[in-house]
Ligand binder design. Structure first.
Ligand code: LMR
Length: 396
């Protein structure tokens, strides 16, 4: 049987992790996979997470299954984080959330549910989008189409072209949006753009699907949920997939959630039963540990405060690095060319260099970035910043 299978090339993002590990160059720099790094290049366990784990280890009294929807304390705290504590959709019981194995588990579960509800479903994704969106959604059998999003020459969102394309989309089709910290381009919609988009989606009867994997990394927890909250106010139905990998640093614990907003509580109930039947058929129920940590943190005032401070420090570090990188490019002779990086948000930006130049950075300098020229800004530090800018300027 296996001889029928052809070997595939490595994953464009995860493949870099292995190459980086094998590289013996002491000056190597990992700007590939999207994990937060501190000044020493480490991905730390947050102190709030350590404290929550201590509490859990002291009080956990069973390893029996958690329910298929996950831990109730996790689910309700996450809904509040996404929608705010008093959103009308929550009050009207139009919302259902299930804990999932990471944001990927959430995306796949939502995709399978969409396919059940509409065998001919089409989802429009931004060009560009996170590479794994395509298999996660497409392998469920949903048709994928693209709308223009990022203008590589102007280094900004091409909002008019995006609206023109979405303005032609048939009612009932879905539109995938990045809640904040667009992956891979780092260019986020402004509040005015979210408002114009909300109006268009509602007028045309399109269904938003917001993937929010970096809440808290752009402007703050509430500001970053602006689009989610606005669209939940503006349209009858939507999907939200979220992840606690980045904002809680719980990457390997695989904790995320899929949230449905339905037109009324009856429809939410039906969608809930179908979603849990979908997840039962894929992974049965989510792993407990990561969700339990988030549950403890979000439901304890002191731990929550400590976590928000740690999240704020991660966000500030990334924003400071964005400015330091631009300043370094400007000082070293590439004045103005990379200024856009300081205006973008979250972990990622495109450098805007060719695939050949990306290869050269890897081969000659052991600097690892994704082939599209996406860099993980969090991989920079005061130690490697000059090395990286010099190297990039030398390949321009
Ligand atoms: C990334 O975009 O690098 C992260 O979301 C990690 C991944 O799974 O691709």
């Amino acid at each position: 049987m296996f001889e029928q299978l052809q070997a595939l090339p490595a994953d464009p993002i995860l493949g870099l992790m292995a190459l980086f590990r094998e590289d013996a160059n002491p000056d190597k720099v990992d700007l590939g996979v999207g994990v937060y790094r501190d000044e020493h290049g480490q991905t730390p366990i947050l102190e709030s997470v350590r404290a929550a784990e201590q509490r859990r280890f002291g009080s956990e009294d069973t390893k029996a299954y958690i329910g298929p929807a996950g831990a109730p304390g996790f689910v309700s705290a996450l809904e509040t984080m996404l929608l705010g504590s008093d959103h009308s959709a929550l009050r009207d019981k139009r919302v259902f959330t299930a804990q999932s194995p990471g944001g990927c588990g959430a995306l796949r579960a939502a995709a399978e549910l969409i396919k059940r509800a509409d065998g001919d479903a089409t989802i429009w994704v931004s060009n560009p989008t996170w590479a794994n969106h395509i298999p996660l959604l497409g392998d469920a059998g949903i048709t994928i189409r693209e709308y223009p999003y990022y203008d590589h020459s102007a280094k900004t969102i091409c909002f008019d072209a995006m609206m023109d394309t979405l303005g032609q989309v048939e009612a009932g089709q879905l539109v995938l949006l990045h809640g904040c910290c667009h992956n891979p381009c780092g260019a986020d919609l402004s509040e005015a753009q979210w408002q114009a988009l909300a109006q268009l989606l509602s007028e045309r009867g399109l269904i938003p699907f917001i993937d929010i994997a970096y809440q808290g990394f752009a402007r703050g927890l509430d500001d970053d949920a602006y689009g989610v909250r606005l669209l939940a106010d503006s349209v009858p139905e939507m999907f939200v997939t979220s992840s606690c990998s980045k904002n809680f640093g719980l990457y390997r614990e695989r904790v995320g959630a899929v949230t449905l907003v339905a037109a009324d509580s009856g429809a939410a109930n039906a969608a809930r039963s179908q979603l849990l039947s979908v997840t039962r058929g894929i992974y049965s129920m989510p792993p407990a540990h990561g969700g339990a940590i988030v549950d403890i943190i979000l439901n304890n005032e002191d731990l929550r405060r400590q976590w928000v401070a740690e999240l704020t420090a991660m966000r500030n570090r990334i924003n400071d690095l964005r400015h330091a990188l631009v300043e370094s490019f400007n000082r070293k002779g590439a004045a103005g060319r990379f200024d856009f990086i300081a205006d973008q948000q979250g972990m990622f930006s495109f450098l805007g260099i060719s695939a050949q130049q990306v290869e050269q950075l890897q081969r000659d300098f052991s600097i690892y970035i994704v082939g599209s020229s996406r860099i993980n800004v969090a991989g920079l530090s005061s130690t490697n910043l000059d090395y990286v800018t010099d190297a990039v300027i030398s390949v321009l």
